[in-house]
Design a protein around this ligand. Sequence first.
Ligand code: CO
Length: 225
Amino acid sequence: MNNTKLRRLFENNRVWATDILKREPEFFMELSAIQTPKYLWIGCSDSRVPANQITGLKPGEVFVHRNVGNLVVHTDLNCLSVLQYAIDVLKVEDVLVVGHYGCGGIKAALENTSLGLIDNWLRHIQDVRERHAFLFNSVTEFNAQWKLLCELNVIEQVRNIARTTIVEHAWKRSQDLTLHGCVYGLDNGMLQNLNISLDSNVKIDDMVRASVNDVYDRYVTKVGI
Ligand code: CO
C-alpha cells in the first residue's frame, strides 16, 4: 500500500482491532458467528452522520442502509431488500428513519439545483415539498424551510416504509415492529425524536397527519405567524 491517505485507514484499523481485542478477546470471534441487531437505521449518506458513533452502538448492534436524503422509494430494490432482510430474517424490532438538518440533498431539492442524474432521485424530496405546499407558504425564511423539509421528508419516509408489503405483512402476523422518525443536528450532535411511531397497520394516515400538524405548530410558532 503506497497511497498515504489509504495507509492511514489501514493503520487506524489495526489500532482499532487491537484495542478491542485487548478489552474483549472474543469480540470478533463471537461477532463473526452471528449478528443479532435490534435496530435498522435508514439514514443519509452524509459523512457527518455515522449511525454507530451517534448512537454509541457497537458493531453487530445496528443494521444500516444509507442513501442521499434517507429516502425509501417503493421501487428501490436495494432499500427494500435491506428492509425485508432486516425484518423477516434478522427480526429487528425498531426501524429508524434518520434525517439530518443541513442535508445537502434536501437543500438541492428545495433550491431546484441541477446536479445531474441525482436530480431524479431528489425529485422524491420535491414531491414531499409539493405534498405539503401549504406549509411552505406559511414558513418563508429559507433556513426554516430547509429544516422543515428535513423533518417532513423523514415523516413521509416513515409512511413509505409502513406501506411496503414487507411491513404490512409483518404487522399482519403480529410481529413486534415499530417505525420511528428522527432528525440529527450536525451542529450539536443531538438526535431528536420526531414522535412519529407506527406499530400497526391501523390509522397510519392519522398518525402521519398528527406528526405533520406537530411540525406545523412548531414552525409556525417559531416564525411568529
Ligand atoms: Co443528507
